[in-house]
Structures are given as C-alpha cells and as structure tokens.
Design a protein around this ligand. Structure first.
Ligand SMILES: [Zn+2]
Length: 307
C-alpha cells in the first residue's frame, strides 16, 4: 500500500547469554540519520560475546529505516512523524504509530532495562550527554541514575518533566520508565559524521551498563564528577534565512551572549541569537539553512546541586 498505511520492517538482533540474567534492550535509529548511534549498535552486535553474557540483549539498531535510506532527518518520511514522539503507539494509526506500538509490545514489554541511543542529527552539532528521566519511583530512579553514571557520558540532563502516564508516554525511555523498567537516553554524534570518538563512547557505554547490571564480568568505571543539567533552554528561530554560529558545541555561554546570527539571502542581518540563560551549548545548528521555528541551539543549565 502506498503512503502512511504501507508496511515497514524493523531489523532486530537478539543475543542470548550462556547464563541466565536480565533482559537489556538497546535501541537506536529512531532518527535514522543520527548515524553515530546506529553504527555504535552495529559494533555492539559484532562485539558482544554470548559465552560471557548473563541474560539477553535485544538490539534494535535502526528503528526508522525510511529515514536512513532516504536521508531524511528527524522524522519518518512516510508519515512525517518523529519515531520518538508517538509512544506507546497504536495499531490503528499511521506507519510510525503502528511501528511504535510494536516496539512497546515486542521490545519494551520484554525487557527489564532499556537504553535509547541518539546523536546530533544532520543539522545538529552536538556534544555528548545523557538523559536521566525521573519516573517518580525513587528505587527505580536510583537504578537509572546508576545506569547513566555507568554509561559514562559526563553531562547528564535530569529529565523531571517526562509524562507519568504509561498511556501517554511519548518517548521510548519514558515508555520503559512508566512501565517499571529503568531506562536512559544517550546522545553522541553530530551533523551526519561517524567519528570514532562518538561511536566508541556509545558502544563502550552499552558494555559498561551490561557490567553494572552484572550481565558481563568486570568492574564498572562510573562517571565521578558529572555535570548535572537541571533544565534545557531551547532557542527557536524567529526568522528564516542563513544561520551563522559564533560558538561551538560544548561551549559554556553566559546569559545574553551572542551565540549566532541570521541574515537574509542578500546578507543583511535580521536576527541576533542571544543565550536565554547561562549554561553549556548541548547542541547548535550545524547547517546554514534556517527556517522560522527551527532550533538555533539548546542550552543546558547546570544544576546548582548534584541530585
Ligand atoms: Zn534522536
């Protein structure tokens, strides 16, 4: 069938360990052009050794196959929906909604823990960070916090604003967390690149979490002094034109500092983008194309106290 009603197929690898243990789900490619995260899970599939594994790892490296094949960022080009915004999904919906319904049933419901891997998309110059989504259950949140610290990215966003209703969970990590399964989301990569540093951060992070969960032997190196981010300020553009950045991903900015500007198509400056708060540039637009409403940068505000 053409259009949003047509069928899709999502690749999955399941690795059963020689010994019993928990089930960990690793998912990437909801955004099919966040290439570092996809390649990272390809490496995990290749490297994982069932003989030394306790439990099962479900690996879904490319949820959004159409995005990858057509090189379309952010959405599934079949129905123009983000494949990380329509959880828990529904079977009577468009392709994205049906695919996410099956992700909920076949992956989330079958796992005990989950990691959702992302990276800066084609138009995002991103510095690596994790999300620690709070479920409201202290015991569960303590486990997901340890997962984030074990994963190893040194900037961690405290995501306290995720939906609490499992029927309206929206994001994948949230779908797991609202169903009692500790889950985190992680991001590394930028602007369609596949740099070894980013890929290895993500692949090694997955193995570190397996060690934390006692699915693999070995000691875990937790992040000792993470930068905790208490809120993320999104800078949306009020103008359409050509974007020029003045700072890089990871730059620390103070409130009011100019982070970039936008000109019209004949070089006249039409907008100066100033940081709405002091913090770290989690990502900044990686391409000159800018249309009204799109993101200029995300600024992470550093928490005054560690949680
Ligand atoms: Zn993403």
């Amino acid at each position: 069938m053409p259009g949003p009603a047509r069928a899709t197929s999502i690749p999955v690898a399941v690795v059963h360990g020689a010994k019993p243990g928990p089930v960990l789900a690793l998912v990437s490619g909801a955004h099919g052009t966040e290439y570092s995260s996809i390649i990272a899970l390809e490496r995990v599939i290749t490297r994982i050794d069932p003989a030394s594994l306790s439990g099962t790892v479900i690996i879904v490296p490319l949820v959004n196959v159409n995005s990858f094949e057509m090189k379309v960022p952010h959405v599934n080009p079949v129905d123009n929906k983000s494949m990380n915004r329509f959880y828990p999904g529904r079977m009577d919906g468009t392709q994205t909604e049906r695919a996410l319904y099956l992700m909920t049933k076949e992956v989330v419901d079958r796992c005990n823990y989950l990691i959702d891997l992302h990276g800066g998309d084609i138009d995002e110059s991103l510095r690596p960070y994790s999300y620690w989504p709070l479920s409201g259950n202290a015991q569960q949140d303590a486990i997901s916090k340890q997962m984030a610290l074990a994963f190893g990215l040194d900037h961690i966003i405290i995501a306290a604003d995720r939906p609490k209703d499992p029927a309206a969970s929206r994001y994948l990590d949230n779908t797991a967390n609202t169903r009692g399964k500790p889950a985190i989301a992680v991001e590394a990569g930028h602007a369609a690149t596949t740099e070894t540093d980013d890929i290895e951060l993500l692949a090694n992070g997955c193995f570190n979490v397996m060690r934390f969960l006692k699915m693999l032997p070995g000691t875990v190196a937790f992040v000792e002094n993470p930068v905790w981010i208490e809120s993320v300020q999104n800078m949306a553009s009020d103008a359409t034109g050509i974007f020029y950045p003045l700072v890089r991903r990871g730059t620390y900015v103070v409130q009011g500092m100019k982070v970039g500007y936008i000109t019209d198509y004949v070089g006249r400056t039409i907008l100066e983008a100033r940081a709405p708060a002091s913090g770290v540039v989690l990502y900044i637009r990686a391409v000159p194309s800018m249309t009204k409403g799109e993101t200029i940068a995300n600024i992470g505000v550093v928490a005054k106290q560690a949680p």
